[in-house]
Design a binder for this molecule. Structure first.
Ligand SMILES: [Zn+2]
Length: 116
């Protein structure tokens, strides 16, 4: 993901509208690109200014910490998505081999009984 793309995704990221794979690519980019991270942090601050004000602390470290906690939470969500995807893949693989095994047994029964 390049800076142009990452900038485009800042709004979607904060609105939680990115799919897990795009979100992971976005997080990978902003964690290594200070310009895009600053863009994210600024937008995050503007979005959450009222919450942070009511909490009584609108300092930069507080905003940065809140954003990092949010990013860590999103990383966790991506990890859960990958675990789900892996589990789903294993399930489909097992189902495929179970189907082939059942088919092989059925063909054997048909051949043994002289249906073919
Ligand atoms: Zn960038």
């Amino acid at each position: 993901m390049d800076c142009k793309e990452a900038t485009k995704y800042v709004r979607l990221y904060l609105d939680r509208k990115l799919d897990p794979l795009t979100q992971e690519a976005f997080l990978d980019h902003v964690e290594h690109c200070s310009a895009c991270y600053e863009e994210l942090e600024m937008t995050y601050m503007l979005d959450n200014a009222s919450d942070l004000l009511s909490a009584g602390d609108l300092s930069v470290p507080n905003i940065s910490r809140a954003l990092h906690e949010d990013m860590n939470e999103r990383r966790g969500q991506v990890r859960v998505f990958y675990r789900f995807l892996t589990g789903e893949y294993c399930l489909y693989t097992l189902a495929f081999w179970a189907f082939l095994t059942a088919l092989a047994f059925q063909l054997r029964i048909w051949f043994t009984n002289g249906l073919f």
